[in-house]
Each structure stands twice: as structure tokens, then as C-alpha cells.
Design a protein around this ligand. Sequence first.
Ligand code: ZN
Length: 95
Amino acid sequence: MIQTTPPKTYKIKPMSPEMEQKVLKSYAESLELTERELRCPSCSFYIQTLFSDVSGHLKVKCPNCKVITTYNLSYFRRQKRYHAGRYPGSHNTIR
Ligand SMILES: [Zn+2]
């Protein structure tokens, strides 16, 4: 698990073994997935990272502009412009 900011140790409680197993299993499963950023539609501030298997609706308050927005995550996927092998100049061109 990559922790970019140091945890506030005074707020940490001991984790139960079951919870620790869930956390470790979740991390191991995420290694196969790709990540994308969810940004605020109002101010483009980074809100959170989403994995490629995420779906459904999410209600989030932007930490920058404080606007609360409900997202249908299927609308906030990056659209591919070209299919693999059809991109002009691609080395994967189908012959
Ligand atoms: Zn915002």
C-alpha cells in the first residue's frame, strides 16, 4: 500500500485481523486495475482516484469549492477516440 502522506498516529485505532485481511485483499485486487482521477466539474480540483471496475453513483463534496455533486460514474469515464489498431500511425495496425 502506498501512503503518500504520513498518517496521524494519534487518530489510529488497532485494526481487527478481519479488517486487516480485507484491506490487504483489496489492495492485492487493485494491482490488476487501472486508475483514473475524478475531478470537480465546477473547479477541476482533484477529488479522488477511481479504479477501472468502479460503477454506480457517488455523492462527493469538493474539498476546494465545497460544491456537492452526484456522479454517475459511467458518465465520467475517459472515452477512447480510436479502437486499438485503428489509430493512424499506430504500430498495432491490423494488416
Ligand atoms: Zn470544486
